[in-house]
Design a binder for this molecule. Structure first.
Ligand code: AMP
Ligand code: MG
Length: 336
């Protein structure tokens, strides 16, 4: 461990250390352009199992496999022309594509499904690691299951404490929300499984065809969650009780003592509500900036002793639908 710290600045030495750990079958946390990931060798079930254990992630929730380039996909999955077209345009980047898997992909990765989710990340540090260790890397977000995703190395450090040996520091994440997941395993009906930085509008404009969006319903039993992996209604949630407000609803809301209010943008008024401290996700009112700040603000506020967090929905334009998906799930009551 460099300087006795687990948060490693990028260098040739830290690259060697991190890749050594991955090749050995250990876990490391790495920055991506979306959120920080917890990576392991995707072809080694023993290594991948550690991801589920440390996150407390149910085995029915499949993992995304990260690859260095489109060329690495052939060894893992059956590509099709729709995949080729999308990967050529959007990779490397925040778009995960689901394809029919090949035999070598362990069941643990896919939760027993016959498909595998693949992504080629753009972040230069993650790319260096992929190229150096020459392994496909399973990497879900580096947080305990159900908690807020990390967008900075410090978030990962705080959540996992001594249990994680290496965290490669790449600074704050560019997008701040998880990748878009698009199922292209059936090229006749591409379907968004999770909204993300590559929006439905962007995909429809590029493909010149309508794209379906899977609407998630809260699974009530295991079979249902197997059909809709990762679509739990409650997710990305702070420990502090969190409540959703419609746009502008805060103006007339009575807040309980010692609460925090998170607005979408700068309210430009001196008349802020009583009983609560007010924050906003975007200074300038862009959904891009709001996405970059969302998880960091939730992490920061959850560390304080607020009695409740109130979070305002964002406009539905740009990244708004993605943000509202995360905000709604952060504020959802647990169904378990
Ligand atoms: P995370 O890496 O924590 O952001 O979560 C990855 C998510 O990718 C899962 O929760 C699933 O929703 C989705 N996913 C991964 N593999 C598959 C697959 N084979 N089919 C459908 N969705 C998948
Ligand atoms: Mg996650």
């Amino acid at each position: 461990v460099v300087n006795n710290r687990r948060i490693l600045p990028f260098s040739n030495a830290s690259l060697t250390q991190v890749c050594g750990a991955l090749i050995k079958g250990d876990l490391v946390a790495l920055p991506t352009e979306t959120v920080y990931g917890l990576a392991a060798n995707a072809l080694d079930p023993h290594a991948t199992r550690k991801i589920f254990d440390i996150k407390g992630r149910p085995l029915i929730d499949p993992l995304i496999v990260h690859v260095a380039s489109t060329e690495s996909v052939d060894a893992l999955a059956y590509a099709n022309p729709l995949f080729e077209q999308l990967a050529k345009h959007f990779w490397p980047g925040p778009l995960t594509l689901v394809l029919k898997k090949k035999e070598c992909v362990p069941d643990l990765i896919t939760a027993g499904n016959d498909t595998v989710a693949l992504r080629c990340p753009k972040h230069p540090l993650f790319q260096s690691v992929l190229q150096h260790c020459k392994l496909p890397l399973a990497a879900p977000s580096a947080n305990p299951f159900g908690y807020i995703s990390p967008t900075r190395a410090e978030h990962v450090d705080r959540m996992f404490d001594k249990r994680l040996q290496y965290i490669l520091d790449g600074g704050p994440c560019e997008h701040g929300v998880e990748s878009t997941i698009l199922d292209v395993s059936n090229s006749d009906s591409p379907t968004i499984l999770r909204p993300g930085p590559i929006t439905r509008e962007i995909l429809e404009t590029f493909l010149q065809q309508p794209i379906k969006v899977r609407t998630h319903t809260a699974p009530t039993n295991t079979t249902e969650s197997q059909l809709a992996p990762g679509s739990l209604e409650k997710h990305y949630s702070p420990h502090t009780p969190t409540y959703l407000l419609q746009e502008g609803e805060w103006l007339a809301h009575t807040f309980q003592e010692n609460s925090a209010l998170i607005l979408f943008k700068h309210p430009h008024t001196k008349h802020l509500p009583q009983n609560c401290e007010t924050f906003w996700l975007s200074e300038s009112g862009t959904t891009h900036e709001a996405a970059q700040n969302l998880y960091h603000l939730l992490h920061t506020l959850d560390e304080k002793n607020y009695s409740a967090l109130f979070i305002e929905k964002t406009p539905n334009t740009g990244l708004g639908q993605t943000l509202n998906d995360r905000i709604q799930r952060a504020a959802a009551k647990s169904k378990h």
